[in-house]
Unconditional design. Structure first.
Ligand code: DUC
Ligand code: ZN
Ligand code: ZN
Ligand code: ZN
Length: 486
């Protein structure tokens, strides 16, 4: 047989086109896309199914300690199993430095955990908490050479926050080495000041998390991040965009020619601040940072996803159990300042957007592919190996049944969190068969993949950094600033 496997008679979509064809797979790679292929050693009939590139989730937290010292509920096994049941075939979790930890040791630790447990392919971003001389001159260049070509930095959280001077150091380094900087943009002192006033008044219920993290804290920090990026003409990516005004700031910045990219997540389309306002501590299940906002912000995020202001749609899966090991470290006494920030979403990211985006007519199927897969691969240096259906690309495919209706309940999911913020919603469309490098990993609601069968993907230069190099040779910066960046 010319093919190990064929996927026949499906309706294929990429980020730019939809067509009917068969797909031939050999040694885990797509080697043919045309009608009436010869049979393979095995054949899957995809008639009536939509054949899409497997999702790439470029923002997930796995086996990570939060800034507050709470351990994620998902390890590299449960997280990747949950991902693949939801149609995602590649994840980029974080290797998270906390202050005092050596960067090479952090990366080695996460790499060992993933190597042993992951069932789908993965890369890593580095979370950088301590941009000291060794980090900037030795450790980061080495990590970037090893395929960790993006790093996340924080503008808030006592234990992670970098000041603007440090952020400029990191941007200059990323520019030199060809890595993309991801920013958690919230104004630390605005949040701290508001939280202090709330706590002094005894207001500690989960809903006050949304009050302390005022939308302006996100908007201000985003504008500042944009300005730092423009000062040095270095690309940035703002993660987990929540608010209407923030989307406007980003759109205006892009219109000015700023190299500003941005991400949003399901929680900002499908949840609001009102979800945090519930009896007792129940609202903690919807607590993430930035918090979900209101209907106008949900609309703004939809618009941003449609017009390209928000280029990647990730889960920001941050799995904390609803007990003393996670969201409620102090039991009944837990206040909004004690709750781990983050919600699960690795399995439902694609089904939610498919149902409420594609089936509801808000976005096209090609936009869905771009937002959930192709744009991530390009943004983070994995294209064209990941994120598309093309000859030579990995055979990472999801076969969607567009008509299947599913009412979400946590017990059908495969994470370790114990709840889902999307309980009870009915979704249209589901990825019933999922392939990772030509292996049929999910079929008939059953997993077929060994622990550790996922592979590390050493990532190349992110596309924004490739474009930045070309643009700087055109001299967008003054000679003075250019010299200072070097
Ligand atoms: N930032 C994240 O990226 N995820 C969860 C919480 C946070 O602050
Ligand atoms: Zn497991
Ligand atoms: Zn963040
Ligand atoms: Zn996150």
């Amino acid at each position: 047989h010319a093919y190990d496997l064929t996927v026949r008679n499906g309706r294929i979509s990429t980020d730019t086109a939809t067509f009917e064809a068969d797909i031939g797979i050999k040694d885990g790679v797509i080697v043919a896309i045309e009608k009436n292929l010869a049979p393979g050693r095995e054949d899957i009939d995809a008639a009536g199914r939509w054949v899409l590139p497997g999702g790439v989730d470029s923002h997930v937290h796995v086996e990570q300690l939060s800034g507050m010292g709470v351990m994620c509920a998902d390890d590299f096994h449960s997280a990747t199993v949950s991902a693949v049941f939801g149609g995602t075939t590649t994840i980029i979790p974080f290797a998270a430095q906390h202050r005092g930890m050596s960067i090479p040791a952090v990366i080695a630790d996460y790499a060992a955990l993933a190597r042993e447990k992951a069932v789908i392919d993965y890369g890593f971003h580095l979370i950088l908490a301590n941009p000291d001389e060794t980090a900037l001159t030795v450790d980061l260049p080495e990590a970037i050479r090893n395929g960790i070509t993006s790093l996340k930095v924080y503008m808030t959280y006592d234990k992670l926050k970098l000041d603007d001077y440090q952020l400029l150091d990191v941007l200059a380094l990323a520019d030199r080495e060809g890595a993309l900087v991801m920013l958690h943009a919230e104004n630390h002192d605005m949040i701290r000041w508001l939280a202090q006033r709330l706590l002094e008044r005894g207001l500690k219920a989960p809903k006050f998390h949304g009050v302390a993290h005022d939308p302006l804290a996100e908007t201000e920090a985003t504008f500042r991040a944009v300005s730092l990026s423009r000062l040095l003409d270095v690309p940035v990516l703002i993660v987990h965009v929540a608010g209407e005004e923030t989307v406007k700031v980003l759109r205006d910045a892009r219109a000015l020619g700023a190299q500003v990219h941005a991400e949003s997540c399901p929680q900002y389309l499908f949840l609001t601040a009102e979800d945090l306002d519930q009896p007792g501590l129940e609202g903690a299940k919807f607590c993430c940072s930035p918090p979900p906002r209101d209907g106008a912000s949900q609309e703004a995020v939809w618009e941003g996803l449609k017009d390209g202001t928000l280029g990647v749609f990730s889960s920001d899966h941050a799995p904390y159990r609803f007990d003393e090991t996670g969201k409620l470290p102090k039991g009944e006494e837990t206040g909004f300042k004690d709750m781990a920030n983050g919600v699960p979403g690795i399995e439902l990211r694609l089904p939610l957007l498919f149902s409420e985006g594609v089936m509801a007519g808000r976005i096209t199927i090609e936009q869905f592919v771009a937002l959930t897969s192709t744009n991530h691969a390009r943004m983070y240096g994995m294209a064209p190996q990941k994120g598309t259906i093309a000859i030579g690309s990995d055979a990472d495919l999801a076969l969607w049944n567009p008509e299947r209706e599913t009412t979400v309940t946590w017990s059908m999911l495969h994470d370790n969190v114990g709840y889902t913020p999307y309980e009870g919603r009915t979704l249209r469309g589901w990825p019933e068969v999922v392939l990772s490098r030509g292996r049929v990993v999910v079929k008939d609601n059953t997993l077929n993949a060994e622990r550790g069968s996922g592979r590390y993907v050493a990532r190349g230069k992110p596309e924004p950094m490739q474009r930045a190099a070309a643009r700087q040779s055109r001299g967008a910066l003054s000679a003075w600033t250019k010299g200072m960046k070097a």
